[in-house]
Structures are given as structure tokens and as C-alpha cells.
Design a protein around this ligand. Structure first.
Ligand code: ATP
Ligand code: MG
Length: 248
């Protein structure tokens, strides 16, 4: 099944500013960021440490609030939502794979993976679930609790959890940061499959040009601003862009 809806916006920001602290300690983490993520597109966000990548992901996914400007998921302006509405939007429409995995320590790997679905009272699509578990190499670890898993295994559980409910949009903050190249390739190709087979939208942060080459588009941040972007990236074109940005 190919779902094509490239003409609708899955998420966007307009004039997004995020300031942490105030006075002498003020940090302008995002400085007038306007960006759109189209439905059915895979975007990688890159940029130096401290350039605002995580802040952008947190604002887009409703985990942090904007100082000014707009953030929308689909047609929904996040600033208009109550806490309860925000929780429901996150639960029903967004999947997350963040550096701190946020797995529930008392639940098994499988229980963690199906938790968002259980909370929403939805049944998992068993075929998709077993594809995810197999591709991420988790079948032998389903009964283990997070504390009994390696860092890479925990990250793959977090990926499986984000993918299981087929949310409209998946945000990943360095989702392959702790993985060896084999597991990293599996995670990226399953994110690619979520886009190509189910028309989901994926936005990840990465420092790795090879990971970025799985995306349709790479957006480059520096000092809280979008400074450039690449379409149909290859690892080489991403690397060239990174070098040219360093010397600008
Ligand atoms: N909670 C916070 N309080 C104060 N400053 C913060 C906070 N979170 C982030 N910052 C600052 O905002 C800026 C952007 O941080 P952010 O975490 O978005 O960077 P990043 O691009 O994700 O970096 P990295 O590649 O190291 O993960 C940095 O200067 C950081 O120190
Ligand atoms: Mg970060």
C-alpha cells in the first residue's frame, strides 16, 4: 500500500522562538524558526551541538512550550490546547524516540511497546508489530524489563513503541545514537518503511551523515536558526554541506 499525501503539512512552526532563562543567563535556543514537515516525508535535522535541534523537537512534540511563535501538528495549534488535550494529542498522533528512553522500568519490553496502544484502548496490528519486533531483533527480549536490557536494546524498544501504533508523526532525537551500525541501519530502514508503506511522517535529529541519507530532506540548524537544507541527500552531499557550513 502506498499512501501519498505529500501536499498536506504534518507539522510546522512559524516564527518559533524559544528562550531559556532570563537576563544575563538568557539563551535564545530557537530564533525565529519557520519550517514545515510534509505528510509522508522523512526529514533529518542536523547541526552543531547546542544549535537547538532537541529544543525544536521538544517544541514540535508538545514536550516544551514556545516563548513566541506558532507550533502546529496538522491543523492543531499546540498553544491552544489544554494539558489534557495535549496529552491526548501526544498519545494518539505522535510517536517519540528520545535519547532518554522513558521506558517504564516495571514493565516488560513488550508491555512497554504496547503501552501507548493499551492506554488508548487500541489493539495492535499484529502483522506490523511482528515485523517491527523481528526487524529490530527484539523477539528474544520481550519478557525482559528495561534494567535487564543493554542501552541499544532499550533504544530499539523505544523505537518499537513509537512505531507500534502507527502515529501520524514520529519524532526521534538521535534515535540511532547508541546503536552499532547494524542496529542503526535496521532502525532507519524501518522508519523509512513507516513513511513509504504507511504514509507516516518522520523527523529525526542526527549527527551521522549516513543516517541522514535515509531521509528525503535534511534541514540544517546553527545558533537556533535554519541555515540551509538539502533534498534527496546522500552521505557525501550531507558531509559536503556540513563542511561548507563550518566555513561560512
Ligand atoms: N532547559 C534548559 N535551560 C537552559 N538552557 C537550555 C535548556 N535546554 C537547552 N538549553 C540551551 O539551549 C541551546 C540549545 O540546546 P539543544 O539541546 O536544543 O541543542 P542540540 O542542538 O540538541 O545539541 P546536542 O547536539 O548537543 O544535543 C543550548 O545552548 C543549551 O545549552
Ligand atoms: Mg540534542
Amino acid at each position: 500500500m502506498i499512501v501519498s499525501a505529500l501536499d498536506t503539512v504534518a507539522a510546522r512552526t512559524a516564527g518559533l522562538v524559544k528562550i531559556y532563562g532570563f537576563g544575563d543567563t538568557e539563551v535564545r535556543a530557537l530564533d525565529d524558526v519557520s519550517v514545515e514537515f510534509m505528510t509522508g516525508e522523512f526529514t533529518a535535522i542536523m547541526g552543531p551541538s547546542g544549535s537547538g535541534k532537541s529544543t525544536l523537537m521538544h517544541c514540535l512534540s508538545g514536550l516544551d512550550t514556545a516563548t513566541s511563535g506558532a507550533v502546529c501538528i496538522g491543523e492543531t495549534d499546540l498553544t491552544t490546547l489544554s494539558d489534557k488535550q495535549m496529552t491526548m494529542l501526544r498519545r494518539d498522533r505522535i510517536g517519540f524516540v528520545f535519547q532518554a528512553f522513558n521506558l517504564v522500568p516495571t514493565l516488560t519490553a513488550l508491555e512497554n511497546i504496547t503501552l501507548p496502544l493499551d492506554l488508548a484502548g487500541r489493539e495492535p496490528d499484529q502483522e506490523w508489530l511482528s515485523t517491527i519486533l523481528k526487524r529490530l531483533g527484539l523477539n528474544e527480549r520481550l519478557a525482559h524489563r528495561p534494567g535487564e536490557l543493554s542501552g541499544g536494546q532499550q533504544q530499539r524498544v523505544a523505537c518499537a513503541r513509537a512505531l507500534a501504533g502507527r502515529p501520524d508523526i514520529i519524532f526521534g532525537d538521535e534515535p540511532t545514537g547508541n546503536l552499532d551500525s547494524g542496529s542503526s541501519g535496521e532502525v532507519l530502514s524501518i522508519l523509512r518503511a513507516a513513511v513509504d508503506q504507511f504514509g507516516q511522517t518522520v523527523v529525526i535529529v542526527t549527527h551521522d551523515p549516513r543516517a541522514a541519507s535515509y531521509a528525503d530532506r535534511v534541514v540544517f540548524l546553527a545558533d537556533g536558526r535554519i541555515v540551509d537544507e538539502l533534498r534527496s541527500p546522500t552521505a557525501d552531499s550531507v558531509l559536503d554541506m556540513m563542511k561548507s557550513l563550518e566555513t561560512r
